[in-house]
Design a protein around this ligand. Structure first.
Ligand code: HEC
Ligand code: HEC
Length: 496
């Protein structure tokens, strides 16, 4: 009986093996056929123009911590892997020594690069302040004009093709200055208050005066009468209870607690896979979105690979998120609760969280974080009426001219309208029409309500001031506005 079974089994195995051999020889796969392939496939240029894509270079193969080019927009293509790992490429002592040597040279080169792009001359509008009334609004444009061009009006008189051909575009993307490790980089004023977030490898590349007020005021949609609820304090896990007990519901209190509670991230944690000298408790949502606004910290958007293709993203304000249905510059995530999950903390790699964690929140807790988020209001805009129009008695001639242009000749109102001055869509501004670089594709539109409080502008911080933003749109939308018209629009934006 037993021998008979064994024989049958052996015959079966033999059949299977022969079967495999046949399949292999026929070139068929056992589980899934290979799928259709177009013979002699040739890539169309998809409208980018001849030579555009060919001019892009493959990404350099760099190890964690090694320097990366500042002009990452010149590169394109696929990387070795989508997955990250929790190992350093060397021992912890070597890692610290490596950065001790590299950081001063790197920071010198970052400063030189930033100064070659921007003229941070420290000039501010004399009587224009951010909502907290402490920081002045900086005057621009501070993006430097290309050699041989004497004014922004002269530049705007050229066609996109000519600007691209002669390499004259002043608004190319801004890279994370150390994109091989990347992750969160905090401004100097934050690091002074939170030395535990000082990195051994890289510092912020912007001067503090071109960043938001710190700590910024916090306005709540259910307590307009209180103005800045924090009364000039940074909300942390140590003081949130005292400030908010009696103002919020218990579930909002829990949501807020989770927003200010530090937890580990890819590079701020208790393991040796970190960029702080001491082991760290990590960061909280409010370490970047301080007081529900932003301190100007930047990181890389988690949603692309290879790693070096990830766009630099400055921290957006959470103010007025109750009016936004589209979150994250590339992903169009539809809920704030989703943001409370792991992706930013672990760069879109849940495997890293498994190694370093814990972070993954229960859905109910993430929902409560979203609930508190949804209470954060825009700052007051005393010159606007209920329809978002300037009240003529309160506005200057120049601001009123700016408003007329915004809704007319300058076309801003086509995409920036409604209570938050945003239409909640993603747009492809096709900025690559102006330079040979990897196209950035569609990016989410941002609200202009309260915009004076959150420099630098655009997803990657490439525009230091509102004046730079107006020059950018004048060029990209080919508006051909005069200098006086551009000034008026900038002054109008400060009223929103
Ligand atoms: C680097 C510091 C940093 C930390 C910490 C951080 N964020 Fe963000 N946050 C960002 C950046 C940068 C973006 C923009 C991402 C993008 O454009 O893809 C962002 C985007 C968002 C958005 C979408 C805003 C918009 O206008 O599209 C929400 C909501 C948000 N974060 C909530 C959170 C929550 C909740 C936490 C804590 C769980 C958190 N963030 C922690 C930096 C941070
Ligand atoms: C076609 C739609 C469209 C039009 C028209 C438009 N914008 Fe925008 N705006 C966008 C998008 C999309 C972004 C985000 C782009 C990015 O981050 O790469 C943006 C971003 C901005 C920002 C930066 C916001 C931030 O938080 O960083 C400012 C300021 C701005 N726009 C002002 C203007 C002005 C002023 C005009 C008119 C001169 C204008 N926009 C016209 C779509 C538009």
């Amino acid at each position: 009986m037993n021998r008979k079974r064994t024989t049958i089994l052996l015959i079966l195995v033999a059949f299977i093996l022969v079967g495999f051999k046949v399949v292999e020889e026929l070139g068929l796969h056992l589980l899934q056929s290979p799928g259709a392939v177009i013979e002699n496939y040739q890539e169309p240029d998809y409208g980018l123009g001849s030579g555009h894509v060919d001019s892009l270079m493959p990404y350099p193969d760099v190890k964690k911590g090694e320097r990366t080019p500042f002009d990452l927009w010149r590169y394109a293509g696929k990387g070795n892997t989508s997955f990250m790992n929790p190992e350093l490429p060397m021992s912890w002592d070597e890692w610290v020594a490596f950065h001790k040597k590299q950081k001063p040279e790197l920071m010198k080169d970052i400063r030189a690069y930033m100064n070659s792009r921007f003229d941070f001359n420290g000039e501010a509008y004399p009587n224009k302040f951010m909502s907290g009334g402490r920081n002045k609004i900086m005057r621009g444009p501070v993006s430097r004009l290309p050699k041989g061009i004497t004014s922004y009006e002269e530049l705007a008189s050229l066609s996109p093709e000519e600007i691209k051909e002669r390499d004259l575009f002043p608004f190319k993307p801004l890279a994370h200055p150390l994109a091989s490790t990347a992750h969160m980089v905090f401004p100097d004023n934050w690091n002074e208050a939170h030395p535990e977030h000082m990195r051994i490898d890289v510092d912020h590349d912007y001067p503090d005066e071109y960043l938001p007020e710190f700590p910024p005021p916090m306005f709540l949609s259910n307590h307009k009468e209180l103005g800045d609820v924090t009364k000039g304090q940074e909300v942390t896990i140590s003081n949130y209870y005292e400030i908010f007990n009696g103002l919020l519901t218990p579930e909002q209190m829990e949501g807020l607690k989770e927003l200010v509670r530090p937890t580990p991230t890819t590079w701020f944690n208790h393991t040796t896979h970190r960029v702080t000298l001491e082991a760290s408790a990590g960061v909280s949502c409010f370490s970047c979105h301080v007081n529900g606004h932003t301190n100007g910290a930047f990181e890389l958007s988690p949603d692309s690979r290879p790693h070096l293709a990830r766009l630099r993203v400055g921290t957006p304000s959470m103010r007025g998120n109750y009016n936004l249905m589209q979150l994250g510059s590339k992903r169009s995530i539809r809920s704030m609760d989703h943001f409370a999950e792991i992706e930013e903390y672990f760069d879109g790699d849940p495997g890293m969280m498994q190694h370093i964690g814990p972070r993954a929140h229960q859905k109910s807790v993430a929902n409560r974080m979203g609930d508190f988020n949804a209470m954060l209001d825009f700052p007051p805009a005393p010159k606007l009426d209920p329809l978002g129009k300037l009240i003529p008695a309160k506005a200057t001639e120049k601001e009123l001219l700016g408003e007329t242009l915004f809704w007319g000749k300058a076309k801003c109102g086509t995409c920036h309208y409604g209570p938050a001055f945003v239409d909640d869509q993603m747009y492809d501004l096709q900025v690559e029409r102006f330079y040979k670089g990897r196209p950035e594709g569609p990016i989410k539109n941002f609200p202009l309500r309260g915009i004076k409080d959150s420099p630098p502008y655009l997803h990657d911080d490439r525009l230091p001031t509102l004046d730079d933003a107006v020059e950018f749109f004048n060029l990209v939308l080919e508006l051909k506005l005069s200098e006086e018209e551009k000034d008026a629009i900038a002054e109008y934006l400060m009223c929103l």
